[in-house]
Ligand binder design. Structure first.
Ligand SMILES: [Zn+2]
Length: 488
């Protein structure tokens, strides 16, 4: 099987190839049981599309507008070393001869399933056997997911941090159909070169062809095609000649994969502390929003379980300056804005909560955006700001409880729980409000958001008030808090 040529992508209409998606007219739906694998496939396929098409901005705009023909795809493919994308070598490399090379169940390549000893590896499913066996096609999706999305700490001391940093958030531009989504997230070589400023002699061959060496992996020496599939582990899969029903895509397969072997690379990318301090530099992975601080660049991560993506959405699309750091949108957002494609788009925000392996640590949110992602972004930021304002008021209202003379942890627990409910429910309100982003004017949109968010904050506040109505000191404190919540 070759990833650039063959039918390895699971869709609701069976397995198809990258060429079929990019050159066809049909709207295919990816079909994977886990949303994190859906996300990984969107990243993987857009990266493969980058390798094949190697478009300039102008060419990419043309493909987005007029599509591309099977002949164009074939002609582009002729210029690529397609043997590097064969199933038996893609993103796999042999460890040094004396390496330990331990094996593990493929379940570990899905971050939602508990099968390790880590306290944070909570289960998405009650039973591990719900993802025990994979077909040889999905093996690549799992492998890619490990290298790009799963935080190394989920593996304890044998875990490695990849080029993107551990548990980085991804932002992708979702189009009207799968083809558009993949093209929207294909990297234009000319614009990327200007942006990334890599060395002119940066290595372009993938790491399984020209392995990494040394203790520091200099970002500027890693070319685009190499970085898009950067390795953190030597990895091999144990393929058995036994038919299976794949737990990842649901297809029947002649061969099955249950385990893999791995050994981490010994050197460090600039995404790690050691690499950063040794001056490796930050490799600008196109789907990673970043924070720039005095100590260097960091991937934006989801911080804890109570975190919801709407709270930082503004910085993913327009960036944000604080006194300690600059938050920058991912390259792909800038490219999309630069291309000025006049289409309604959605923004997909996905990833794993830092340090958490479980379902409670997953992010997969889709937001409607104004067409072109250039103008009218204040429509979005105003909605987000009203959410943050309401959150702040609710927090102030609850703070009065700390004056009631009770144990700080007790009161803090009540507040934390209520605040969590607010941020989680606000997530849905904001996503729903933004569905009208094209249709409604900014003021109208903001008004809807304010009304709904205010109602939600008051509903939660009143619920707590009701619960403690017989606890006089707490109740009185909460009545005092009302003014923060109800003031204009
Ligand atoms: Zn499969």
């Amino acid at each position: 099987m070759n990833l650039l040529k063959d039918d390895f992508i699971s869709t609701s209409q069976g397995k198809i190839s990258l060429k079929t998606i990019l050159t066809g007219e049909q709207n295919y739906q990816l079909q994977y049981y886990f949303d994190e694998i859906q996300l990984a496939m969107l990243q993987l396929l857009s990266s493969l599309s980058t390798v094949v098409l190697q478009p300039t901005v102008q060419e990419l705009k043309d493909y987005l507008k007029n599509g591309l023909t099977p002949e164009q795809y074939e002609a582009a493919l002729d210029k690529v070393e397609s043997q590097w994308f064969e199933s038996d070598c893609f993103m796999q490399s042999k460890p040094p001869t004396n390496a330990k090379w331990p094996d593990a169940p493929i379940t570990k390549l899905l971050s939602g399933i508990e099968c390790g000893t880590s306290a944070n590896a909570m289960g998405l499913f009650s039973e591990i056997e719900q993802a025990e066996i994979s077909c040889t096609d999905c093996m690549h999706a799992l492998n890619y997911n490990l290298h790009m999305n799963i935080k190394g700490e989920c593996f304890g001391p044998t875990g490695a941090t990849g080029i993107r940093g551990g548990g980085a958030i991804s932002t992708l531009i979702a189009g009207e159909n799968l083809k558009q989504t993949l093209l929207n997230n294909t990297i234009a070589k000319d614009y990327f070169n200007d942006y990334a400023q890599l060395d002119s002699d940066a290595e372009q061959r993938p790491m399984w062809v020209a392995p990494l060496s040394g203790s520091v992996y200099q970002a500027s020496k890693i070319g685009i095609n190499r970085g898009l599939f950067a390795l953190a582990y030597h990895i091999g899969f144990n393929i058995e000649d036994k038919p299976c029903l794949c737990d990842v895509c649901g297809s029947e397969s002649e061969q099955s994969v249950k385990t893999f072997n791995r050994e981490k690379y010994k050197g460090n990318y600039g995404s790690t502390k050691n690499g950063r301090e040794a001056g490796a530099g930050w490799w600008p992975h196109p789907y990673t929003p970043r924070t720039i601080k005095e100590e260097g660049a960091f991937a934006v991560c989801a911080r804890d379980q109570n975190w919801q993506s709407w709270q930082e959405l503004g910085s993913y699309i327009v960036g944000k300056e604080t006194d300690k750091a600059t938050l920058e949108p991912a390259y792909i957002i800038k490219q999309f804005q630069y291309m000025k494609t006049p289409r309604q788009t959605n923004l997909l925000v996905g990833g794993n909560i830092a340090d958490q392996g479980g379902i409670t640590g997953r992010v997969y949110d889709l937001y409607s955006m104004p067409s072109s992602l250039n103008k009218h972004l204040s429509k979005v930021t105003q909605v987000l700001d009203s959410g943050l304002d309401q959150k702040n008021r609710l927090s102030q209202a609850f703070n009065k409880m700390f004056g009631a003379g009770y144990d700080k942890n007790f009161v803090g627990g009540i507040k934390e729980n209520a605040m969590y409910r607010f941020t989680a429910n606000a997530q849905q309100i904001i996503q729903r409000t933004l569905l009208d982003v094209e249709r409604k004017e900014a003021t109208e949109l903001r008004k809807t958001a304010v009304i709904e968010l205010k109602q939600e904050a008051q509903r939660i506040f009143m619920g707590v008030q009701r619960k403690y109505q017989h606890d006089l000191p707490l109740f009185k404190a909460l009545v005092k808090g009302e003014s923060a919540l109800y003031r204009k």
